[in-house]
Write a protein that binds this ligand. Structure first.
Ligand SMILES: NC(=O)C1=CN([C@@H]2O[C@H](COP(=O)(O)OP(=O)(O)OC[C@H]3O[C@@H](n4cnc5c(N)ncnc54)[C@H](OP(=O)(O)O)[C@@H]3O)[C@@H](O)[C@H]2O)C=CC1
Ligand SMILES: N[C@@H](CC=O)C(=O)O
Ligand code: NA
Length: 432
């Protein structure tokens, strides 16, 4: 007998998902055993790119999560509400859930998974991170034997698309953002992409899987790409780097193993680093584990088809379980999600990183010396100092530091800002 599913949402990802489910030829035969029973939308009269039988589309989303015939609810609405409440209602009705909604899971994952485990249902979310790249299931299953050391990712397609176009074509930020929206990569409110919030939601999910603990979303340090200028992209390139929005989860060894660095920010990535060549809407996640070493997951991180590929793979996982184990309510521990503790997040001032900083200074003798002395007074050692050129009357000086404690670097900068010779510090970017 066919397994009936209900879709919440028929936008970019919902449409891609319906297209796969309605065209199973040449794909896994399990797809032929899935029927789209109902589809919930906001505007029923909007033209759609899929043909669904009369009566399938509804604006009554509650009727989907309460329908006794529907076994799997696929949440592709986006946003926090009504998505969260509908997911919880579906779980209360003992329906399995597939979602692409990282915003909801990063904030309410705890509540949702507790309810799901109690109800004996799965909540799968492969599409929520890295779009079409399989990363959630590998972290839960294939890499489970490892102690994870770090997870470093380019996990927002929109910002990677923007930074790539700004780097390769000297394109204007606003223009490229509009293109990313048109292509279906951006969130309904693209602020979530541009300000790094979407990447922070995603790294919260990856960290909680990789480091087996709950993560409080508000503890994640987050900086977006609005301040990245063409000037910095050019200087970075001259110094041997590209600028990428990285999401970083870094563990601590030994007794403090629950202590994590968790942050999202634009980063100068050395050109020979594996993440430096990830361009356009592509995402990549570099996972380091022990004893595995490094493994990198790469692929299209957003867009209808790739994201729907991940959604449908989750639906198929559940359908396969339903077909093979019938009504047995024991959850597969490698596919469900249970956490015992909260990860402790290191405050950003306490992390060690390298920095790139650009200064505009008055063209006075000894300025570079002042910079060096002030940094030195705060244990900030410099890897390179370059006077790059002039902007009008002002000299432009760029420094790259060795690894420093972020708090020390900021204290040094506070002092430098007060030096008479310093006009301004237009950019400060961390370096990988
Ligand atoms: N786009 C992408 O590349 C990716 C998206 N995701 C995630 O997938 C989810 C869906 O994204 P996407 O498809 O881009 O979003 P869209 O904005 O394209 O689609 C949202 C869909 O949900 C419906 N909807 C939204 N709110 C309501 C509501 N309150 N009541 C009824 N219907 C509602 C809309 O109805 P209507 O059509 O009538 O307007 C629309 O069909 C999000 O969580 C997003 O973060 C994850 C990975 C990649
Ligand atoms: N807006 C997101 C979509 C996928 O998660 C992105 O740009 O990566
Ligand atoms: Na994925």
């Amino acid at each position: 007998m066919a397994v009936k599913i209900g879709l919440l949402g028929l936008g970019t990802v919902g449409t891609g998902t319906a297209q796969i489910l309605l065209d199973p030829t040449g794909r896994n035969p399990l797809l032929e055993e899935i029927t789209i029973s109902k589809v919930g939308v906001r505007s029923p009269d909007k033209p759609r790119q899929v043909e669904l039988s009369e009566g399938v589309i509804t604006t009554d989303l509650e009727s989907i999560v309460n329908d006794p015939e529907i076994a799997i609810v696929v949440e592709l609405l986006g946003g926090l509400e009504p998505a969260r409440s509908l997911i919880l209602q579906a779980i209360a009705n003992k329906k399995h859930v597939v979602t692409a909604n990282k915003a909801v899971i990063a904030r309410y994952g705890d509540e949702i998974y507790e309810a799901a485990n109690e109800a004996g249902v799965y909540v799968l979310l492969e599409a929520a991170v890295g779009g079409g790249i399989p990363i959630i299931k590998p972290l839960k299953q294939s890499l489970g034997a490892n102690r994870i050391v770090s997870i470093i990712g380019i996990i927002n397609g929109t910002t990677n698309y923007i930074l790539t176009k700004m780097t390769s074509d000297g394109a204007d930020f606003g223009e490229v953002l509009a293109e990313a929206q048109q292509l279906g990569y951006a969130e309904a409110d693209p602020t979530a992409d541009v300000d790094g919030l979407d990447a922070a939601d995603k790294i919260a999910i990856l960290a909680s899987l990789g480091f087996a603990g709950r993560v409080k979303r508000e503890d994640i340090y987050c900086e977006g790409i609005r301040e990245i200028s063409a000037t910095d992209i050019t200087y970075a390139e001259q110094l041997g780097f590209v600028i990428k929005l990285l999401a970083i989860a870094q563990g601590t060894e030994g007794e403090n193993s629950q202590q994590l660095e968790l942050r999202v920010h634009p980063t100068l990535v050395p050109k020979n680093h594996p993440l430096a060549s990830i361009n356009g809407v592509y995402n990549a996640v570099l996972v380091e584990g022990k004893p595995l070493g490094q493994v990198m997951f790469f692929g299209p991180g957003a867009g209808a088809g790739p994201t729907a590929s991940a959604v449908v793979s989750d639906i198929m996982n559940i359908v396969a379980i339903l077909k093979s184990s019938g009504t047995n309510n024991n959850l597969d521990p490698l596919l469900s999600c249970v956490h015992q503790h909260f990860c402790q997040i290191t405050p950003i001032e306490a992390i060690n990183t390298r920095f790139y900083a650009r200064f505009l200074t008055k063209d006075l003798p000894g300025v570079i010396g002042y910079l060096g002395t002030t940094f030195g007074d705060h244990q900030v050692s410099l890897e390179s100092v370059v006077q790059i050129g002039f902007q009008g009357e002002l000299a432009e000086i760029v420094v790259v530091t060795h690894y420093v404690r972020e708090g020390n670097f900021n204290t040094a900068l506070d002092e430098i800002r007060n030096l008479e010779a310093i006009d301004s510090i237009p950019s400060i970017v961390r370096v990988l």
